[in-house]
Design a binder for this molecule. Sequence first.
Ligand SMILES: [Fe+2]
Length: 187
Amino acid sequence: MPTPRQTLGPFYPYGPEVESDADLVTVKGGTGTARGEITLLGGRLLDARGRAVGGARIEIWQCNAFGRYHHPRDGRNVPLDPNFQGYGVATTGEDGAYRFRTIKPVPYPGRTPHIHFRIAVRGTPLLATQMYVAGHPQNDRDFLLSSIVDPKARERLLVRFEPMPGADTLAAKFDIVLDNDGTLQRG
Ligand SMILES: [Fe+2]
């Protein structure tokens, strides 16, 4: 089943970003590590036939541990985190795998925790979506998550955050399935 689409939202980065690597919890010139629960977030990008999509650009963005986006449109009176990048880009390998180091998302007024995703293949944006924390009590009241009526489709966006044995880090796996049959891969 393809990953359901979700709106880009008002805080899609306007660029150019200060930094856009796949490690969102350290920033050049920063004073340490981002606040929040450090999470290794990864998964695979597949086309509609289940084939790996390599060389795709995966962008993510999310609010910091205090619930604020590092975006000029988010003017709420909540601290910025100088060590949180807020935005990152990864490229999928030949096996479709991608990986980020970021924080477990937190709620902000009006929204349950989520991480925004945008996927582009060969420069063509193919999918915007949001992933959510499985089991979070605010999920049921979230207007965007609830807008997906089919429970099986909604399930595709719910991700478990689990402690990694022997490490002070969480792991989260989010596989993404495009609704395209793969013709884009052949250009
Ligand atoms: Fe958001």
